[in-house]
Design a protein around this ligand. Structure first.
Ligand SMILES: Nc1nc2c(ncn2[C@@H]2O[C@H](COP(=O)(O)OP(=O)(O)OP(=O)(O)O)[C@@H](O)[C@H]2O)c(=O)[nH]1
Ligand SMILES: [Mg+2]
Length: 362
């Protein structure tokens, strides 16, 4: 299943620019704030060198990469939660995403207005996070209001849930994002249900401008370290131009090399995001298709099979597992079989990043 990401940030931070760099979808980008009104939704195929090499070894008809979904919403400003600006009404759009991409403006450009006049990374991050916290408070409060009526008539489960809600409300009210709390099983269930924004993992995207990393982006790195978030530096405008001008990753790479960059923003961002989400990639070669799949780290073979087809979990008999590195080194499946390097794995096998798996089902 593809992972989804929601872009948040101040107006003019470069969210739509980053959206375009990732999806090459050509969303509207302007030097004035609130250029984005309606949310942009896009899908990007994840460039994957390992998949390319696997496909070269098994030149079947189709090469199917994993995909990511990206949602780009209007900028958030101070007071958004109380109706300022446009961003707040669209926060609901990103309730369903797996992780937040928080775009932080790290470029100076007098042509592009900054909503508060100057770039100040810590303050800018705080403004946006405060809005996310306020949005969560609103979500949690609404649930509390509804539940307290039921709890009053003596419903035991409602009363228990209310207690969990109170703890979350106190923490969020004090400025602690839910992702930083140690949650009990019951609280986790509640969080799954309500999908509050501050429970989602955050990847800071430092939009550094054409010249590359600078003092502002180093500050973003420091914030990420302090809060346990991920971060990645992206030359937004340059990457968006390259993404839109070049049809494939190879062409992009040749272009970016001229600027001393070895990989596109999409590749680097996905790598950081997959690490943050603790997901790994495995591969299949079946019929006319070589294909990449993402599953949570620690997934057992039947669960990985279920990513392909839900009934693989129950029908699972055996997985034949090859290491992609072995395949690339030895050049053929046959060579691996002869060397005894095809592992027959049972239900308890934990899938590893880079496995090439053939599922045998009943
Ligand atoms: N100099 C410079 N300008 C950039 C860069 N990235 C984006 N911009 C410019 O910043 C302005 C705002 O970019 P957008 O991508 O529209 O910003 P946004 O965050 O989507 O803004 P809203 O939709 O208004 O919230 C545009 O004029 C972009 O061209 C960059 O790397 N360097
Ligand atoms: Mg925009």
């Amino acid at each position: 299943m593809s992972r989804s990401f929601g872009l948040v940030g101040l107006p003019n931070a470069g969210k739509s620019t980053i959206f375009n760099a990732l999806t090459a979808a050509g969303a509207k980008v302007e030097a004035y704030p609130f250029c984005t009104i309606d949310p942009n939704h896009g899908v990007a195929a994840v460039p994957d060198e390992r998949l390319d090499r696997l496909h070269a070894l098994f030149p079947v008809k189709r090469k199917v990469p994993t995909t990511i979904e990206v949602v780009d919403i209007a900028g958030l400003v101070q007071g958004a939660a109380h109706g300022e600006g446009l961003g707040n009404q669209f926060l609901a759009e990103i309730r369903g995403v797996d992780a937040i991409l928080h775009v932080v403006r790290c470029f100076e450009d007098p042509e592009v207005a900054h909503p508060t006049g100057t770039v100040d990374v810590r303050r800018d991050i705080e403004i946006v996070e405060a809005e996310l916290l306020l949005k969560d408070l609103e979500t949690l409060d609404r649930r509390r209001e509804r539940l307290s009526k039921v709890a009053r008539i003596g419903d035991k489960t409602a009363r228990a849930e209310l207690a969990h809600l109170e703890r979350l409300i106190t923490a969020v009210g004090a400025g602690t994002p839910i992702r930083n709390l140690d949650l009990s099983t019951d609280e986790l269930a509640l969080v799954r249900d309500l999908a509050p924004l501050t429970a989602k993992p955050v990847l800071y995207v430092a939009n550094v401008g054409d010249a590359g990393e600078n003092a502002h982006s180093r500050e973003v790195a420091a914030v990420a370290r302090e809060t346990g978030a991920g971060w990645v530096a992206v030359r937004g405008r340059l990457e968006a131009e390259v993404a839109e001008a070049c049809a494939d990753e190879e062409e992009r790479r040749a272009f970016l090399a001229e600027y001393g960059l070895t990989e596109s923003a999409l590749v680097r961002l996905v790598r950081a995001a997959y690490t943050l989400l603790s997901v790994i990639t495995f591969y299949t070669v079946e019929g006319p298709e070589v294909r990449a799949w993402t599953v949570p780290q620690g997934a057992k073979a039947p669960d990985a099979g279920a990513a392909i087809h839900t009934d693989f979990r129950d029908r699972f008999v055996l997985a034949e597992v090859m290491r992609l590195d072995d395949l690339l080194a030895l050049g053929s499946e046959r060579a691996l079989r002869e060397m005894g390097k095809v592992q027959r794995a049972g239900r308890d096998y934990i899938v590893q990043d880079g496995d090439v798996i053939h599922f045998i089902c009943a």
